[in-house]
Design a protein around this ligand. Structure first.
Ligand SMILES: [Zn+2]
Length: 313
């Protein structure tokens, strides 16, 4: 529900030290998706890449056709600190909504590829600019019926996003509040599910944000309390990120990445299946719970169906 093929922060394309070989990237992405499909039964891959983070729907189409995995792309921009192109900051709510609706109903540029969801992103606090883009997303949702997938920063402002979606007339069950696992407090997750949205545990394996045993504990708690129908699991991996990091990273972190790379484990898209699901089983989460989270929830989310009745264990 939240993975990436390619990420490029605005400006990375101007770095002469950046090496990028498009056909090698496509080959690696196809290899990863084929592995997911053949070894783990993954048939659909949602890539909510913001427009300005190198979203490349031609590449997505090519990787999808070559791998036999459906790829869902999104319309929508990133958040103010790391995105929001100047030109679009100057646009009004309706102008932004017009772009989103066009990308959903007519296609992205001249590619013929239509967006299947709307991406919304906010910082730790929702800025005035971010609020404007969120309002545009509400208009585009109401015009098209496609769901909204969000980015939150540092596990903050999810409930505030929900309040703004409600004010904009978007039903709670059409929203997936992303990166909620960045917040370790179970009460935070409970607020999101109680308000009726999907909660994204979608940075599984990103150890430098939060440890996975905390993510697994928190998912197990939600499942025990009857909220398995609102949990979305994903890993927020990418097959290629152009250039260097855009936030400061420690030497210890870089060393760990080098180690993982040397083991062929860095950014592995299969980690959810090989490592994390066994951690859930060890905490009493059943295989049927896992299938509900990985199959039923995304299907219901895109179909726009209401949440089933909650049944705590
Ligand atoms: Zn992401």
């Amino acid at each position: 529900m939240h993975e990436h093929l390619f990420i490029a922060f605005p400006g990375a394309q101007f770095d002469p030290l950046v090496k990028f070989n498009r056909s090698e990237f496509i080959e690696e992405a196809v290899r990863r998706l084929v592995k997911l499909r053949t070894e783990h039964g993954v048939n659909t891959f949602v890539d909510p890449c913001p427009i300005e983070l190198g979203r490349d729907v031609k590449a997505m189409k090519e990787v999808s056709e070559k791998s036999g995995v459906h790829i869902v792309c999104t319309t929508g921009f990133y958040y103010e600190e790391l995105g929001l192109p100047i030109y679009w900051r100057a646009r009004a709510v309706d102008e932004i909504a017009e772009l989103y609706v066009r990308e959903i109903t007519q296609g992205i540029g001249d590619t013929g590829v239509k967006a299947g969801a709307i991406k919304v992103a906010t910082g730790a606090f929702i800025s005035a600019q971010e609020k404007k883009f969120l309002e545009s997303a509400c208009i585009a949702h109401k015009a098209t019926g496609v769901p909204i997938i969000t980015h939150t920063t540092d596990g903050c402002a999810g409930p505030e996003q929900q309040q703004l979606f409600a004010a904009g007339g978007v039903p709670a069950h059409r929203c997936l509040i992303g990166h909620s696992c960045c917040n370790v407090d179970p009460a935070y997750h409970r607020r999101i599910v109680d308000a009726g949205s999907y909660v994204g545990f979608d940075q599984i394996g990103l150890f430098y944000y939060r440890p996975d045993d905390v993510r697994a504990d928190n998912i197990a708690t939600l499942v025990r309390n009857g909220f398995r129908t609102q949990i979305m699991m994903s890993m927020d991996r990418n097959c290629c990120r152009l250039g260097k990091f855009v936030k400061p990273v420690t030497a210890a972190y870089l060393a760990k990445i080098e180690y993982l790379k040397s083991q062929g484990l860095y950014q592995a898209h299969t980690y959810l299946f090989t490592d994390f699901i066994p951690m859930l089983h060890a905490r009493g989460v059943s295989q049927s719970d896992v299938e509900s989270m990985l199959v039923d929830n995304p299907r219901r989310f895109f179909a726009g169906e209401f949440l089933p009745k909650r049944s705590p264990k």
